[in-house]
Structure formats: C-alpha cells, structure tokens
Design a protein. Structure first.
Length: 91
C-alpha cells in the first residue's frame, strides 16, 4: 500500500508563486480562457503565461504563473479550469 500523498499545505509555504498547468485539446481561445479563470478566481494579475503545442498540434499545454495566498485558492482555480470542456489533464 502506498503512502498518502502530502497535502498542498504541507509542501508549499504560502504566499507562493504557483504555476497552473493545463493540457487540453487545442482551441483558439484556450489560453485566454485559462488566463481569465485564474484572474477572476484569484482577483489578481498573472505573472507569466506560456504555451506549447503537441507534436501533432492537436493539444496545447498552457502554464499560468501567479501568486497564491492559500491552498484553497489553488483548489478553486483548478476546479474552474477542470470545468473547461476540452481539458484533458491538470498538473
């Protein structure tokens, strides 16, 4: 039996710089949707946005970096990102 995964509060010291990573089917509005969600949920500006296409350009990896104040903020953002219809994986 494997050990339980540590809670976010146990591995990060808040406030912290955090990168939300989204892998989704490529759409023209994916990056904008991710940025909008992070800014709306956290009510603060993002620090950096990066994106990368898969080798066949079917998928996109989007990374949005910002400051988070608590683990609850991280969970809230991931819940909203997970609601996007084309999301395949959140890291």
């Amino acid at each position: 039996m494997s050990a339980p995964r540590p809670k976010l509060e146990e591995i990060l010291e808040f406030p912290a710089t955090f990168t939300f990573q989204v892998i989704a089917v490529h759409t023209e509005v994916l990056v904008e949707q991710c940025v909008t969600i992070v800014e709306r949920v956290l009510d603060r500006r993002i620090i950096q946005v990066a994106e990368r296409a898969s080798s066949a350009a079917r998928y996109r990896a989007v990374r949005v970096t910002t400051t988070v104040i608590s683990a609850d903020e991280v969970r809230a953002v991931y819940a909203e990102l997970n609601a996007l219809p084309d999301v395949k994986l959140l890291l």
